[in-house]
Design a protein around this ligand. Structure first.
Ligand code: IPE
Ligand code: IPE
Ligand code: MG
Ligand code: MG
Length: 329
């Protein structure tokens, strides 16, 4: 069932977005197909987690796939806008195991334009053929989407601001990732609640599930940014440390391993030897385990209210639980 939803979603995403892009600007068309992995049937693609979560949550609350499709597509496009810009900002060379868009012949200038185009496409598609909902619901969706988008950008601002700090607290870290990462997950749940007209208390429980699963997901992404397998993640395992990104394991390391603090004083970008030494100290002091267990803790928190929100036993509820459960290992 999950595969069927995934395929149906992928098809709708490609069709609706590429329709909007059109063919009069071939380069723009090519860049977007390349970034999403539609240029090659063998290409690695994103996991499409946010739209899948939105669709399953909407269906678990009694709506249909068709009801959830506009918000779902909008979520995925907006997420990809942030990734295109994020790779430029983070100096991320690889995305989905291929050169990140900005490193290709198009260059970072056109990658910025592509990102901008995607950001606006998200809103355009959120508002296409909107006879499904009442006017006030559509207004609520637009408002939720706008506010969440602004929060993501605040999070990205903090993320890059903190690269320049020697150290940040866990509270600062959590605030940053609640914005940059959790926000689109809380939006995915929130929009499911809005189209299903749930009571306000349920809406806030829905948002909390998204917030906590998002925190867990970012902590896990931080783990993978050091100890992941690039063949699977499609991303590098050195850029986070190289750019002195304040990730969860790094914050633990800076707070408890003096050797790491010493190495951290070297000039940015840190060289390969320093990156290897820091990674070794992090591993030797058990920080990889502590990072994974923090991610699991937030996942448990996310799932703790699940059955208070999704009260009816349906295949959608079952699958949504599975998706959340397997998102964090
Ligand atoms: C990557 O998100 C960025 C983070 C917020 C951690 P995903 O891991 O969901 O990215 P794709 O879309 O599957 O590549
Ligand atoms: C990705 O964040 C972009 C947003 C969360 C908005 P990261 O920089 O943490 O993720 P990756 O590791 O590059 O995918
Ligand atoms: Mg980033
Ligand atoms: Mg990045």
């Amino acid at each position: 069932m999950l595969d069927e939803i995934r395929n149906k979603f992928e098809h709708a995403l490609e069709e609706r977005l590429m329709n909007l892009v059109g063919t009069e600007n071939q380069g723009l068309n090519d860049m977007i197909r390349y970034h999403f992995g539609w240029h090659d049937p063998e290409a690695q693609r994103g996991k499409r987690l946010r739209p899948i979560i939105h669709l399953l949550a909407s269906m678990a609350l009694g709506k249909t796939f068709k009801d959830g499709i506009n918000p779902a597509i909008a979520l995925e496009i907006f997420h990809n806008f942030t990734l295109v810009h994020d790779d430029i900002q983070d100096k991320g060379q690889f995305r989905q195991g291929r050169p990140a868009l900005w490193t290709t012949k198009y260059g970072f200038e056109q990658a910025i334009n592509t990102g901008d185009f995607l950001a606006y496409s998200a809103f355009a598609i959120l508002n296409q053929d909107i006879n499904t909902f009442e006017d006030h619901q559509q207004t609520q969706l637009n408002r939720a989407f706008t506010v969440a988008g602004l929060d993501v950008m605040r999070g990205q601002y903090l993320d890059m601001l903190y690269e320049l700090e020697d150290i940040i607290s866990l509270e600062q870290y959590l605030e940053m990732i609640r914005h940059k990462t959790s926000r689109l997950f809380s939006l995915a749940f929130e929009m499911a609640g809005l189209i299903s007209t749930v009571p306000v208390e349920t809406l806030s429980l829905l948002r909390a599930v998204g917030t906590n699963i998002g925190i867990a997901f970012q902590i896990q992404d931080d783990y993978l940014g050091i100890w992941g397998n690039s063949n699977i993640t499609g991303k590098s395992t050195s850029t986070d440390i190289m750019t002195k990104k304040k990730t969860y394991p790094i914050i633990l390391g800076l707070n408890s391993v003096p050797e790491i603090t010493e190495l951290w004083k070297n000039k940015t970008p840190l060289n390969d030897e320093t990156i290897r030494a820091i990674t070794r100290h992090l591993t030797d002091s058990g920080i990889h385990e502590r990072t994974l267990s923090a991610a699991r803790k937030y996942k448990e928190k996310a799932l703790s209210d699940f059955y208070n929100i999704f009260k009816v036993d349906t295949p959608w509820r079952y699958t949504l639980y599975e998706v959340l459960e397997t998102m964090i290992r």
